[in-house]
Design a protein around this ligand. Structure first.
Ligand code: SF4
Length: 904
């Protein structure tokens, strides 16, 4: 029997004999408890006494509760932080003026106090800190106030409890049970003193290092993780009851990546009933990242204030305010309807949201619940309340608002619900000083508490446990893999505490006080790991984010030099995948009728068949994020309106180049433009901008528009004479049976009687987008080929009018004789001169567009981006077409010119 096994066996024997085990961490206590129960079950028992295992904090707390009769109450973390925050604010520190920094400062002070209690309690005496200066002196002064406040308030902090317990134990004569200590890589000064005073105790032996230790080097972190995940699955395939421990230092940052890799590597024989049950993380996530708790926080904020639009989207998507699926659908449908009408806002109050009913039907039940919850809060908020009163109100408010929704909660949600309620209960303790607060203050305190509370669903005793190095203390396994054993990462380095003098930290050997301290702590932890399983693997990546890394010297000393990963560790392709690719070549023809979307449908068809299908037939669209002021498209609409108003002809507008020149020569251009800008703003300015933005903003917008339009008209005044024949022309066309509604910005008649199709653009555009064989944009070729009546005249050109603030104002496009019909001063290097429009161009575009219309009508919806990934980056439908999951297909299709689409 190896010493590693004998160590675990010794703990088991101790527990079976009714002994008390104290572990370094809660995780270790849980792990030993589970191991104890497993051993009893394996021994064929159906009932047995519970083991007596306590983590350090629980041990101190219960020993104190059994012996303390002086009536002092122990501050919880929230109460202690609140006390420190008050002291820091009263100390006049600039950083303590604002609520957020004040509480961060309080957390730092609380941490510094805990360090002193654990490592150097002699410095809790004020006289011992007399030489401290700068920030340390400020902290020292706060500490004196804190100690006084605790004394006068008959309170004690949790960090100070072991010291108080030592005093009580020293005065006690009764015998105490012997202790077995497990998982203490380092026994701190105060812990040692307490154990000494306690009496009989010993540490579980660490044991001999594992007989099989390997140190691997891999090319990059992804390969390293894949090899580890694959190794775990191979172990479980051989022995389904194996216990595996994966130790990683960045489990919280890489959690998603780790989860994906482990799920990917699960072979089918292990995937039932659920692949996710094969592994679990020892460390939880902040409670505010858990959907149930986050939704509760948003509802509470919304009842008395505004929340951001994306938060509202998210809240509705969870269904946590909806009584049933119909309510949930109605809420999300209203959000869609608002966006379609351009009524999006950056933030929404409940009252503003309820006023949007003309644009969609809000469920009556939902409206009644939210109003009732809001009224309850309004009634209660008239005066400051104690935190206890607020904490009692919160569950009632949420219940009235319908939270957490009508859907039954699954187990993990039920646990999150319980954790949320515990956190609310904890917040009631903020009234320990008789404090009263308003709703906003209470909510801020609750938010902070929720974000600082870690939540992990109850352990399912999964065979693979993923833990950080410190949390692995006291754990045993059949095999261990330690990821990230590079020189930079292990021993782990960190910064010293900013509120304690460096010399004090060094002398007391506080965390990260010196490289030697880091080394010693890491060495103790590594040695313990080596004796915690019969098979140990360390690994590191030779390169991370393009930076070379070296193997950890510590691990090299203990495990030998790192060797390139042997071939058997390379991730094996997973056999029999659960998802089987299926190429769907079926087509659903477009039913007769007008397709919504105008020219953009055929532009989308050219860019990617699926994009056209999803946008025109499924109504999928990428939302434009709300802005406090005007969005880019709203600015574009205003510009269009001004130019339409100007070129609309008499009585207020003009129609010809001649009239424009006359306006300039009579110095009337400025007032002329001003009039049209004001009119356009009155007509088209979104009500939201008028409500939310100050008058100065609207004035600036008017000024910007006036300058932009004036510059453009100056440019047009230098054109060869022309006449505007149409502006904002609405027309309906049919291409091979596909009916489209179009609106042309402008059509000019040039001096050779041909027509120029003009499209105003405020973005970055180029006529290269029209290039065959697969254009990125077919809007103007479509207008030129299909929207101009044959008897109106021949098309002499199609151009973008580039009217972009800060850029040169100019035409860009294709014109038959640009120098003689458009601008006589064009340079020969100009694109308008170099690429004249030929009749054949119009014919080729026409054939291509007809083919796109036929493709759309026949239901051709291939996921086939014109240029991957650029086309997709501008598209926003990746979540629907799942192109990223089909990367090999998109790679294979690169270079597809679209010829097939034209001829097919
Ligand atoms: S993201 Fe790419 S592949 Fe998907 S619909 Fe858009 S253009 Fe097509």
């Amino acid at each position: 029997m190896s010493r590693q096994i004998s160590s675990a066996a010794e703990i088991d024997t101790w527990l079976r004999d009714g002994g008390l085990v104290v572990t370094a961490s809660e995780r270790a206590a849980r792990s030993l408890t589970l191991a104890f129960h497993r051993a009893r079950r394996a021994g064929g028992l159906s009932a047995w006494p519970a083991p007596n295992i306590q983590d350090w904090q629980t041990f101190v707390r219960s020993a104190w509760n059994e012996r303390s009769f002086d009536g002092r109450f122990v501050l919880n973390a929230l109460q202690e932080q609140s006390l420190w925050a008050g002291i820091a604010a009263a100390g006049g520190q600039t950083a303590a003026l604002l609520e957020g920094p004040r509480h961060r400062l309080a957390a730092l002070a609380m941490d510094a106090h805990s360090l002193l209690c654990a490592y150097s309690p002699k410095l809790l005496k004020q006289s011992a800190r007399s030489g401290w200066d700068s920030d340390a002196a400020a902290f020292s002064a706060w500490l004196t106030v804190f100690e006084d406040a605790c004394r006068s308030g008959n309170m004690v902090s949790a960090a100070r409890l072991p010291l108080e317990l030592i005093n009580v134990l020293e005065a006690e004569t009764a015998a105490r049970p012997p202790l077995l200590l497990a998982g203490f890589d380092r026994i701190l000064h105060t812990q040692r003193k307490l154990f000494d005073v306690w009496g009989s105790r010993r540490e579980a032996p660490i044991g001999e290092p594992a007989p099989e230790i390997q140190f691997h080097s891999t090319g990059d972190p992804a390969t390293e993780l894949a090899a580890c995940a694959d190794w775990c699955m191979r172990h479980l395939t051989v022995n389904a009851n194996a216990r595996l421990l994966v130790v990683t230092q960045d489990a919280s940052q890489r959690r998603g990546e780790i989860e994906r890799e482990f799920l990917r590597s699960v072979p089918i024989e292990l995937s039932r009933p659920s692949a996710a049950n094969l592994f679990e993380f020892s460390l939880g996530v902040p409670l505010n990242q858990v959907a149930l708790a986050r939704s509760a926080g948003l509802v509470l904020r919304w009842l008395a204030g505004s929340i951001e639009e994306h938060e509202l989207d998210w809240l509705f998507s969870t269904g946590h305010t909806a009584a049933d699926a119909d309510e949930s659908r109605a809420l999300t449908a209203l959000m869609r309807a608002l966006r379609r009408r351009g009524l999006q806002r950056t933030r929404w109050t409940l009252a503003e949201f309820l006023r949007q009913t003309p644009y969609g039907q809000l469920p009556d039940g939902w409206v009644a619940r939210m109003k009732q919850a809001q009224r309850s809060l309004d009634d209660f908020s008239r005066s400051p309340q104690s935190p206890l009163a607020w904490a009692e109100l919160v569950p009632k408010l949420l219940e009235r608002a319908g939270w957490p929704g009508g859907r039954p909660l699954v187990s993990a949600e039920f646990q999150a619900h319980r954790r949320w309620q515990q956190t609310v209960d904890l917040s009631a303790g903020l009234g320990f000083e008789g404090r009263r607060m308003n709703w906003r203050e209470y909510l801020a305190a609750l938010d902070r508490t929720v974000s600082e509370t870690l939540y992990a669903p109850e352990s399912q005793d999964a065979p693979i446990l993923i833990a950080g190095p410190a949390e692995s203390a006291g754990l045993f396994a059949d095999a261990i893999w330690f990821l990230g054993a590079s020189e930079d990462a292990w021993p782990a380095s960190g910064s010293t505490h900013p509120l304690l003098p460096l010399a004090v930290q060094r002398e007391a050997r506080m965390p990260h006080a010196s490289a030697q301290v880091d080394w010693d702590v890491a060495a103790a932890l590594t040695r313990r790991l080596l004796a915690s399983a019969p098979e140990i693997h360390f690994s590191y990546a030779r390169q991370t984010d393009g930076v070379d890394a070296r193997p950890s010297r510590l691990v090299t000393q203990l495990a030998g030099a790192a060797q390139p990963l042997a071939s058997e560790f390379f991730a094996q392709p997973v056999s029999d995948p659960l998802a089987v690719p299926f190429f769907d070549a079926s087509r659903v023809p477009f039913p007769a009728g007008t397709a919504l979307g105008g020219s953009s449908i055929l532009t989308a068809q050219s860019q990617c068949g699926f994009k056209a299908f999803a946008t025109a037939r499924l109504g999928a669209q990428d939302w434009e994020p709300a802005e406090a002021g005007l969005t880019a498209s709203e600015r574009g609409l205003l510009l269009h309106e001004v130019l339409h108003s100007i070129w609309a002809g008499p009585p207020d507008g003009i129609r010809t180049h001649h009239e424009l020149v006359a306006l300039i020569e009579s110095n009337d251009l400025a007032s002329f433009v001003e009039r049209h800008v004001v009119r356009a703003q009155q007509k088209k300015m979104p009500a939201r901008a008028g409500e939310q933005m100050p008058q100065q903003y609207l004035d600036l917008e008017r000024e910007r528009l006036r300058e932009l339009v004036t510059e453009w008209l100056q440019y047009e005044s230098a054109r060869v004479p022309f006449t505007v024949v149409e502006t904002e022309l609405d027309t309906n066309i049919s291409i091979d049976g596909l009916a489209l509604d179009l609106r042309l910005d402008r059509v000019d008649r040039l001096n050779d009687e041909t027509l120029l199709v003009v499209d105003y653009k405020t973005g970055d555009v180029s006529p290269r987008a029209w290039d065959l064989p697969r254009p990125d944009d077919i809007q103007l070729p479509l207008y030129a080929g299909f929207a101009i009546a044959p008897d109106a005249g021949a098309v002499g050109g199609l151009v973008f009018a580039k009217i972009r603030a800060g850029d040169r104002k100019e035409f860009a496009g294709r014109v038959t004789n640009a120098c003689s019909t458009l601008k006589s001063d064009l340079h020969r290097s100009s694109g308008l001169v170099r690429n004249p429009l030929a009749r054949e161009d119009l014919a080729r575009w026409r054939r291509y567009i007809e083919q796109m219309a036929r493709n759309f009508l026949s239901g051709r919806a291939d996921v086939d981006p014109r240029e991957y990934p650029e086309t997709c980056e501008r598209c926003g439908l990746q979540a629907i077409c799942r192109i990223q999951e089909n990367q090999p297909l998109s790679d294979a299709d690169e270079g597809d010119t679209g010829e097939e689409a034209v001829d097919g």
